[in-house]
Structure formats: structure tokens, C-alpha cells
Design a protein around this ligand. Structure first.
Ligand code: ZN
Length: 163
């Protein structure tokens, strides 16, 4: 441990030495490509987890585009000593139809309709595989869904940079 004391007063991972990058992207089918092109220019070519990190980003963005409707994502990347952190916040509009108040039968029907044929099993399996791969690649992975947004945080270790 030979960190320089009192340099980083911010919350979160140390960025000294290293870099941070942040960008807001519209959620569409090109978001993954845009994010990969942007990040490829920022990561050093010697970073051993660069390609895996880009894969995780496009997998997560693809997931947002497929299931989150439209909206925006904020993507931030923190590259510290031998480790890279990512944080993806998906600001999505509320999903689904509003439930009518005061009519229990109508509510039940709406709920059943919402829960019904929604997602084919094959699509679920496809999702499962993508997210499984993401979790296998990451040293840390956490996903929290809220009513208006969801947050995914992940980290990759042993990239060999800034040691
Ligand atoms: Zn690196």
C-alpha cells in the first residue's frame, strides 16, 4: 500500500492514478456501437480487460434497448490501479399500462394481461445467457431496479494498468 494520502476525497473508487469518463446516450439499437467506439478510444490498448469491458457494456445496453423502452442511459467508467469500474444508469419511463382505479375486475384483467404471454421463453433464455456471461466476466456485479431507473455496477480486476 503506497497510495498518496488525501488526494482523493471523492466517494467511490480511487482514480489516482487512472482516468474517469462519463457519457449519456440515448437508448437505441446503436447505443452499444456508439459506446464501444467511444470507450475504445479512451482505454489504452495495453489494458487486458478492455475487450471484455466493451462486451459487457454492449450486452447491458442491448438489454436496455430490448426491454426498457426508450429513455437514456448514463454510462460512467472509472479506471484505477489495476481495476476498472463501470456504472450504467438507465433512466426509463414507467413500463406497462396504468391500472384503472376502483374497478377490481378490470384491475385483475389488466394484471393478468400484463403477466400473460409477455415474454417468450426463448427470449428469457437469451437474456439469461447474456447476463450470465456478463457476470462471469466481472469481478463484481450488482443490478438494482427502481421505479424510474435501474442501476448496474460492475468491476473488472487484474487489467495490468497503472501498477
Ligand atoms: Zn486497464
Amino acid at each position: 500500500m503506497n497510495r498518496t494520502p488525501a488526494v482523493d476525497s471523492q466517494v467511490g473508487p480511487s482514480t489516482s492514478p487512472g482516468w474517469t469518463a462519463e457519457r449519456t446516450l440515448p437508448v437505441d439499437l446503436r447505443a452499444g456501437t456508439a459506446a464501444r467506439d467511444w470507450l475504445r478510444g479512451i482505454f489504452g490498448s495495453s489494458c487486458r480487460v478492455r475487450d471484455e469491458f466493451l462486451l459487457v457494456v454492449s450486452e447491458l445496453l442491448g438489454n436496455c434497448a430490448e426491454h426498457g423502452g426508450d429513455g437514456k442511459v448514463s454510462l460512467s467508467v472509472v479506471h484505477g490501479r489495476n481495476r476498472v469500474w463501470g456504472r450504467l444508469v438507465h433512466h426509463s419511463p414507467p413500463i406497462g399500462k396504468p391500472v384503472l382505479r376502483g374497478d377490481v375486475t378490470a384491475q385483475t384483467e389488466l394484471l393478468l394481461a400484463a403477466a400473460g404471454p409477455a415474454v417468450p421463453v426463448e427470449d428469457l433464455a437469451e437474456d439469461g445467457r447474456g447476463l450470465f456471461v456478463v457476470q462471469m466476466l466481472c469481478a463484481e456485479y450488482e443490478h438494482v431496479s427502481g421505479p424510474g431507473s435501474s442501476v448496474t455496477e460492475w468491476a473488472m480486476a487484474d487489467c495490468g494498468c497503472f501498477r
